[in-house]
Design a protein around this ligand. Structure first.
Ligand code: HEC
Length: 171
């Protein structure tokens, strides 16, 4: 990450390094999953969203409708552009690549293939995530953060970051 704005503390980076984790705890992070269904401001029809749902469920190893899955896979990698954030294999912005390039980590798009869900991995929840979008917020914990009663000193933030890093997946 040498030379990136993250090294100078100018970005909120979910990159799994101690500094990246520290920055996320200090400044918080918003993760935006855009709406994809036309009724909610997206560009896709209900039946196309159905196909995407079947594809995403298949990434998590669930039994799905094969024809819908194939159409969904094409959309995911093509027109719908899901790969730009979730990566070519849907493994998320932290570790996946798209078109041979690493995905921008700060997008914070989760791994869709590990069976771990922020909003639920059942058909209805996955459908809602894709159709209406999601907007997760990790609050800021910096002592100086305005309007919130959260006070973690720089040392405490560092200690929590080292602990989170030790939980695994860190770089
Ligand atoms: C602009 C980047 C971006 C694009 C494009 C995008 N996503 Fe997402 N997606 C995200 C982010 C960020 C989250 C996490 C949101 C949060 O934390 O609230 C997310 C969350 C999700 C979730 C919920 C996962 C969970 O763990 O509950 C699903 C399902 C999903 N996306 C599927 C898709 C599909 C299918 C497409 C293409 C139609 C797509 N995404 C396109 C960024 C994106």
């Amino acid at each position: 990450m040498k030379g990136s704005p993250c090294c100078t503390g100018e970005c909120s980076d979910l990159n799994g390094s101690i500094e990246g984790i520290e920055d996320t705890i200090k400044n918080g992070h918003t993760a935006l999953m855009p709406a994809h269904q036309a009724d909610f401001g997206g560009a896709f029809k209900t039946n196309q969203v159905d196909d995407l749902v079947q594809y995403v469920l298949s990434l998590g190893g669930k039994p799905v409708n094969k024809e819908a899955q194939a159409r969904g896979s094409e959309l995911f990698k093509g027109e719908a552009g899901c790969v730009a954030c979730h990566g070519d294999s849907g493994k998320g912005s932290a570790k996946d690549t798209t078109g041979g390039q690493p995905v921008e980590k700060s997008i914070g798009a989760p791994n869709l293939a590990d069976g771990i869900w922020l909003y639920g991995g059942d058909e209805k929840s996955v459908r809602l995530s894709i159709a209406k979008g999601r907007s997760g917020l990790m609050p800021a914990w910096n002592a100086g953060t305005e309007g919130v009663n959260r006070k973690l000193s720089p040392l405490a933030i560092k200690q929590v970051a080292v602990y989170v890093h030790s939980l695994g997946g860190g770089q």
